[in-house]
Design a protein around this ligand. Structure first.
Ligand code: ACO
Length: 429
């Protein structure tokens, strides 16, 4: 394989290195092109720009492949747990039993959130969106752990910052939920595993015993694993960009949470259910909504459809569709929304507009249906995505800092006015 490419600009020729990944993906390294030629490259939305090399997640959008550290997502979702996958993403290898026991233990003993932080929740109106609250709470953790502010901590201090964040996130999320419905918060029970503890704090109440059903624990593990990393997407790139200024982990993850909030990214899972509800309320006329999605004069898009990199199918969507069926069946539930979703998928997959543009259901198309079946209100969906994505964000932040990457600072092509003299206000027309 060639390791250099030639770029001709006018009469000049420049040589740029070709970087090859372990799956033979190739990219032109143009980092020195401006110094050589005076030109930058322009790629609005980074549609064809690699921002880093990374050894965490491999994704082939054409073939619908997703692997964490080399392990296929199908095997991880089918056989692993969220805690084990978190370890794999962050530390690079599947843990031995001893390593997993230690990691799980460390996560269990750091689940408590500082009592003072409970007061923060009192300041929010009950209608406050959970994502805004989560971002504030995660950033606020930095106030309680000043060692996390050190850009060059000892490995032990960095480990503790990571552990605290992973361990406290479920507690914070459950408290956000409890406050939103006006119920007393629940403290963690550290005898329980990560997911069971989270479900107990969310759906239990202090006066009663609570044990999450194994079906629900299993579905939740699966969903979290499927969301755990997705290479250089919008929120992950945000985490890396913010972290590249040596901002602390809590601040960097906060930025990821806010990036995830948007309906074109993590917020899509909420938007999908709202869309399906609207279609149901409108009489369930699928064709009408498909026509709206295709109409360029109508801003409506089929939420949960399309993906920047998957142009064949999203392997996560396949797993989630089956999981949605299994969960509803095991819990003995029926959901008209699931039927509408399946009908839309069927119609869209045969429709020329969607086929031509390679628009397929993405991870968010069916995830909301499971969250609903498990009892989560719509506004909590994106927060659950954030919980799942947390180990991926951490792994990417850690990798970026360990690679000693420079501060992220893209360039631009300026298209504004040329220099002009200031006009005093009484002389302006
Ligand atoms: N419904 C209708 N048309 C669509 C949709 C959709 N969901 N998605 C893309 N298109 C059309 C566009 O209008 C465009 O058509 P054109 O070529 O005729 O102009 C073409 O398909 C390409 O779309 P882009 O927006 O250029 O693709 P991009 O890669 O920039 O966007 C995105 C990807 C944001 C995911 C887009 O498909 C979308 O908005 N989907 C709906 C929101 C959603 O589900 N987001 C979740 C993504 S997964 C995640 O973040 C976890």
């Amino acid at each position: 394989m060639a390791d250099k490419a030639k770029i001709n600009i006018g009469a000049n020729e420049y040589e740029v290195p070709i970087v090859t990944g372990t799956e033979n993906e190739q990219g032109l390294d143009i980092s020195k092109l401006r110094a050589q030629s005076g030109l930058i490259t322009l790629d609005v939305g980074f549609k064809n720009t690699g921002s880093t090399t990374s050894a965490i997640t491999f994704l082939n959008g054409e073939e619908g492949i997703l692997r964490y550290r080399g392990y296929p997502i199908e095997q991880l979702a089918g056989q692993s747990s969220f805690v084990e996958v978190s370890y794999l993403l962050i530390f690079g290898e599947l843990p031995t039993q001893k390593q997993l026991d230690q990691f799980s233990h460390d996560l269990r003993v750091h689940t408590l959130v500082h009592e003072d932080m409970k007061k923060f929740f009192d300041g929010y109106p009950s209608v406050a969106h959970p994502m805004g609250q989560l971002a504030s709470m995660v950033c606020s953790l930095s106030a309680y752990y000043p060692k996390s502010l050190n850009p060059d901590p000892t490995p032990e201090d960095r480990y503790m910052t990571i552990i605290r964040l992973l361990a406290k996130m479920p507690t914070l999320i459950s408290w956000i939920y409890k406050k939103s419905i006006g119920h007393p918060i629940m403290y963690p029970n550290n005898n329980l595993d990560y997911v069971s503890n989270f479900l107990r704090m969310t759906f239990g109440n202090p006066a009663e015993e609570f044990a999450a059903s194994p079906i629900v624990v299993d579905a939740m593990n699966k969903l979290l694993i499927l969301h755990a990393d997705h290479e250089q997407n919008c929120s992950t790139s945000t985490v890396r960009v913010v972290g590249s200024s040596h901002a602390n982990l809590y601040a960097s993850i906060t930025a990821g949470i806010t990036a995830l909030w948007g309906p074109l990214h993590g917020g899509a899972n909420q938007a999908v259910i709202e869309m399906l509800e609207a279609i149901k309320a409108d009489g369930g006329n699928i064709d009408k909504w498909i026509a709206r999605a295709k109409d360029k004069n109508d801003p409506f898009r089929l939420m949960g459809f399309g993906h920047r990199v998957y142009k064949n199918f999203d392997p996560r969507a396949r797993i989630i569709k089956k999981a949605a069926d299994d969960v509803l069946e095991s819990l003995g539930l029926e959901d008209e929304i699931l039927d509408i979703a399946k009908q839309i998928e069927e119609v869209a997959l045969r429709d020329e507009y969607f086929v031509e543009r390679k628009l397929y259901p993405n991870v968010d198309f069916y995830s909301g249906i499971i969250y609903r079946a498990l009892g989560f209100p719509t506004e909590m969906f994106t927060v659950l995505f954030a919980l799942g994505r947390l180990p991926g964000w951490i792994a990417q932040w850690k990798e970026m800092r360990e690679q000693k990457q420079p501060i992220s600072r893209p360039r631009q092509i300026y298209t504004g006015p040329n220099e002009r003299p200031y006009v005093p206000i009484d002389k302006r027309g």
